[in-house]
Design a protein around this ligand. Structure first.
Ligand SMILES: *Cc1c(COP(=O)(O)O)cnc(C)c1O
Length: 399
């Protein structure tokens, strides 16, 4: 029997749940792109996007997904042959490094594995060894969505400063902005990227690059600049079409306006605290289940776990069994594993991910926890009893 009818819950790490007010804001005929509401709305988004990022620097808007942002940021930051040091803590770090290499950068990877955060001491040593300061850019991922590690960005900045290194510091916050605390200027980040479809609760299709004046100055004249990705005009537009180098993403802008308003009305501190509390409900459940079975967090140390996505391992093949059963029988889709063995392999099938980013609340999290418990029971997957009770107690102690 299927109990899946009713609203399906796509609980994957992007695209995330789109709030009804965001959907409704997009439901309209094509707006005037020359004058009027959309022009004012777009200008008005700029200060709010800077507030969400915690910066007084610049922001450039693009019609793109996250992969496009990797290219947008790099083509502004570097020239062909420049040295780029990438701190990798999962598949998404490798992704940014790969784009840099394909653009012709001289890429050095510091790989911290799939279960640990960036070690600032190792980064500092690598930067000290670069006595001629050939490394132009240091890149890191705030939350790697494949491993669900959450890196301590301030400590990475401290390592760069401790080495006395002048490199520009770029951070991928696609999975974390609007979920985990992120304060660009206070943490000394020069360039930061985020896309619309995760914590920003808007459909995929828009991306943002925030950059400091230092990054802007150092990037001028780079030979990888192309007309579309160049951030100069986009960050200082006079006319609406200059924001996007052409027709603006009209309906996305209406949706994003609504989503940004919702974030600012809730308050960033409250948004971060809600994500942390709901993540901790999952942690409490998983810890309890794990006491009687194989379920484990990929990141053992809670201090380095994302509050927006959780990567979990189960027995061989059981991650995929669980996911498939939940979709077919209970109307919930969890995220596939990424970066653990080839897609379709038994190693990959042992992992799965839960997206808990953006427009989520306690009953949605409790619904998934109850659904997982139901699946464990139906599929006879060994697990400790009482996961949902542990989550309920955690939440009760926090509200
Ligand atoms: C989702 C994600 C990306 C890729 O975004 P796409 O829109 O799928 O191209 C890159 N980096 C991180 C950290 C992500 O979470």
């Amino acid at each position: 029997m299927s109990l899946a009818n009713g609203r399906h819950y796509l609980a994957i790490p992007g695209p995330s749940v789109i709030p009804d007010p965001v959907l409704q804001a997009m439901h309209r005929p094509a707006p005037n792109i020359y004058t009027g509401e959309l022009v004012e709305l777009t200008h008005g988004l700029i200060p709010d996007l800077k507030t969400i990022a915690g910066t007084s620097g610049h922001v450039a808007l693009y019609i793109t997904n996250g992969h496009g942002l990797w290219e947008a940021s790099l083509t502004n930051m570097i020239s062909r042959g420049d040295k780029v040091l990438v701190c990798v803590t999962g598949n998404f770090g490798h992704g940014w490094a790969d784009v840099a290499a394909r653009l012709g950068a001289n890429v050095e990877i510091l790989d911290f594995g799939k279960q640990a955060p960036v070690d600032p001491a190792r980064l500092e040593a690598a930067l000290r060894a670069d006595t001629k300061h050939e490394i132009k850019v240091v890149l890191a991922t705030h939350v790697d969505t494949a491993t669900s590690v959450r890196n301590d960005i301030a400590s990475i900045r401290e390592a760069i400063d401790a080495a006395g290194h002048p490199a520009v510091f770029g951070v991928d916050s696609i999975a974390s902005l609007g979920c985990d605390r992120f304060v660009m200027d206070a943490w000394g980040v020069d360039v930061m990227i985020a896309a619309s479809q995760k914590g920003l609760m808007t459909p995929p299709g828009m991306g943002f690059v925030w950059f400091s004046e230092k990054a802007r100055q150092e990037g001028q004249g780079n030979d990888l600049r192309t007309p579309y990705w160049d951030w100069e005009t986009r960050a200082k537009p006079v006319h609406l079409y200059e924001y996007f180098d052409g027709t603006p993403p009209t309906h996305h802008l209406y949706g994003l306006r609504q989503a940004v308003t919702m974030i600012l009305e809730e308050g960033l501190e409250n948004v971060w605290e809600r994500h942390e509390t709901l993540a901790r409900a999952y942690w409490a459940a998983v810890e309890t289940w794990g006491q009687g079975g194989d379920l484990r967090f990929n990141i053992a140390d809670p201090a380095y776990r994302s509050h927006a996505v959780s990567t979990l391992s189960l027995g061989a093949g059981d991650g995929t069994r669980l996911r498939t059963w939940l979709t077919e029988h209970l109307g919930i889709t969890l995220g596939i594993s990424l970066g653990f063995g080839d897609i379709g392999s038994s190693e990959a099938a042992g992992y799965f991910r839960i997206g808990h980013m953006g427009h989520i609340n306690a009953h949605m999290v409790l619904g998934i926890i109850g659904a997982m418990e139901t699946a464990f029971t139906a599929l006879e997957i060994p697990h400790g009893e009482g996961g949902s009770v542990a989550a309920a107690k955690l939440l009760a102690s926090r509200v």
